[in-house]
Ligand binder design. Structure first.
Ligand SMILES: CC(C)(COP(=O)(O)OP(=O)(O)OC[C@H]1O[C@@H](n2cnc3c(N)ncnc32)[C@H](O)[C@@H]1OP(=O)(O)O)[C@@H](O)C(=O)NCCC(=O)NCCS
Length: 168
């Protein structure tokens, strides 16, 4: 029941609870993942980081990181994590939708992620055609997905994905 979920903007004091969820979900191998390498290049956008609370318990987190895809600006979504005790209640989908709406409202045009198409497809993501987009690490092209916040924003997408510091 998503009605139990309160979505908030992430605050500095949420960090340790988010870290605990992330290390439980992704474990020590996380830093080897291509998406984590991008996030090492630039911090996530603190205006586009959201938490899900059930009462006073932080049970979900999602963050967006500014990136460039070749010369095209965009955002990388992730990590998305939901406390295993609270999965299958729609919290993951609710947090992704909230993040996409916030990104659109802030004028962003395109969101990329590495993830499972069956999960993210209904949320507006589709595989990037052509396999012309690369990451700073190996990635299965079928898991490299894009959501257009503005129609046509993913057309002709090509080049390396790199983290971009927000003030750059
Ligand atoms: C993947 C994750 C975010 C899903 O969160 P959630 O709150 O359970 O998701 P929702 O409740 O919105 O959606 C649940 C539905 O998605 C399905 N689903 C979950 N993960 C899926 C996946 N990888 N591929 C396809 N479907 C998936 C569930 O089976 C469920 O289906 P149902 O509605 O038919 O029962 C959560 O399980 C999690 O944090 N996993 C570990 C971290 C991770 O893999 N993050 C995503 C990559 S960054």
């Amino acid at each position: 029941m998503t009605s139990n979920l309160q979505i908030r903007s992430e605050k500095p004091e949420d960090q340790s609870a988010i870290d605990a969820l992330l290390s439980a979900a992704f474990g020590p191998g996380a830093l080897a993942r291509a998406a984590f390498r991008v996030r090492e290049q630039a911090p996530h956008d603190s205006d586009l980081a959201f938490t899900g609370f059930c009462g006073d318990r932080l049970v979900a987190s999602v963050r967006l990181t500014p990136i460039s895809i070749g010369t095209t600006p965009g955002l990388l979504l992730g990590p998305l994590v939901v406390d295993p005790a609270h999965t299958k209640s729609g919290y993951g989908r609710a947090l992704v939708s909230h993040a996409l709406n916030a990104a659109r409202a802030q004028g962003h045009r395109l969101v990329i992620l590495v993830g499972d198409a069956p999960y993210y497809g209904p949320l507006g993501f589709a595989a990037i055609p052509g396999g012309s987009v690369t990451m700073p690490g190996p990635v299965d092209p079928a898991r490299l997905l894009a959501a257009e916040l503005v129609p046509g924003a993913a057309a002709g997408l090509a080049g390396q994905i790199q983290g971009v510091r927000k003030s750059d």
